[in-house]
Write a protein that binds this ligand. Structure first.
Ligand SMILES: *Cc1c(COP(=O)(O)O)cnc(C)c1O
Length: 350
């Protein structure tokens, strides 16, 4: 591409000129203070009486060490879902711009496109659930602001090819989002370290999967500092509450425990997959780099219903493109996996 678009060409004009809300806690920064009469807070009921740090500096400091990304390249949100929505609100003009995404993939990219009234262009993966940079780029036009890639991909489980992702990064001059929600379970090269090299790259991570903190709602985006500044301008001022920030700081101290969980799950994964392959009702088990796998069954709907009857919930993906009769199965504890297998072995086709 000759005239590569700069970040300035990609940002919505109303966001580029937005004067953000300036919170009370932002304005005095740099000074030591001990009397806070600026935010109309109640002086009683410490520590919950005070607004939390709007930029979550302490959490970012810890994350920076673990993720090996500078704190100024980190955005924190109410789950990665907040970052996904912000990509649209910052870059995509409703009813004008479009985005391109691999298909099938995580459903929130399309839901947020629909909410923001942005055209969503899905590009089918191949028969090995692999993406093609050529196919994604062929779906783009001069109103394509974003390409969505998820690796390891949900619901297919596999990594997208590093070479194909790199080709998109080299050849597309809009925003490239790579969702690495499951990267803790994979040994593929990480793209989050590329945010200092590629100014148009956004990488998503979450505390919801390997870190075992889905309940606290903490997701992150790694990107060039200019993009982080734009996200901070558009987000709600106190988007990550104090309880979440406190719990995240605790959780981030338990790194060795997280590594133990990941190791356990990665040991269970091939066992459960091998057992699935032995089931007469299972036709294919697809390769995975995540804490779940996709399995093609004889009749996903009736097997799903049967499991629900027994209080066992897996994800029925049969109505998703390229996933006919597929169930997505999360790796659980040894005991949970055994219960699932025992139920499946007793399944009788009607
Ligand atoms: C689970 C998941 C997330 C996590 O979203 P949160 O809002 O952080 O819980 C993000 N992306 C993908 C692909 C996921 O599967």
């Amino acid at each position: 591409m000759l005239n590569r678009r700069s970040l300035k060409d990609l940002v919505r004009p109303n966001i580029a000129k937005l004067a953000p809300y300036s919170s009370a806690r932002n304005e005095y920064s740099g000074h030591e203070a001990h009397v806070f009469l600026d935010a109309n807070e109640n002086p009683y009921n410490s520590p919950y009486n005070r607004y939390p740090d709007p930029l979550q500096q302490e959490v970012k400091g810890e994350l920076s060490k673990i993720k090996k990304v500078p704190a100024c390249n980190i955005f924190l949100g109410n789950g990665s879902d907040e970052a996904i929505d912000l990509v649209y609100r910052v870059f995509c003009r409703p009813q004008v711009d479009n985005v391109v995404a691999i298909e099938p993939t995580y459903g929130m990219y399309k839901v947020c496109a629909d909410i923001n009234d942005i055209e969503y262009r899905p590009v089918l993966l191949d028969e090995h659930y692999q993406m093609s940079a050529d196919a994604l780029l062929a779906a783009c036009d001069d109103r394509t602001k974003v390409i969505w890639i998820c690796s390891p991909n949900n619901p297919t489980g596999n990594n997208m090819s590093t070479q194909e992702i790199t080709a998109v990064l080299e050849r597309f001059d809009g925003i490239v989002v790579i969702d690495e929600a499951y990267s803790d379970f994979s040994s593929a090269p990480l793209f989050r370290h590329g945010v200092t090299k590629y100014p148009h790259l956004i990488v998503l991570n979450t505390m919801s999967k390997a870190w075992g903190c889905a309940a606290i709602r903490l997701g992150m985006a790694f990107a060039n500092e200019e993009i982080i500044t734009l996200f901070n301008k558009v987000k709600y001022p106190y988007n990550v509450n104090l309880l979440t920030q406190q719990h995240a700081l605790e959780a981030l101290k338990n790194r060795t425990e997280v590594e133990k969980w990941v190791k356990l799950l990665l040991e269970e994964r091939p066992k459960l997959m091998a057992a699935f392959r032995e089931l007469p009702i299972c036709l294919t088990v697809y390769p995975t780099d995540a804490n779940f796998f996709l399995a093609k069954m004889t009749d996903a709907q009736s097997i799903y219903d049967y499991l629900v009857e027994r209080g066992i919930i897996v994800r029925n993906r049969t109505r998703i493109k390229l996933c006919k009769d597929c169930l997505r199965v999360t790796i659980g504890t040894k005991k949970e996996n055994a219960e699932l297998l025992s139920a499946l072995r007793q399944f009788k086709d009607k």
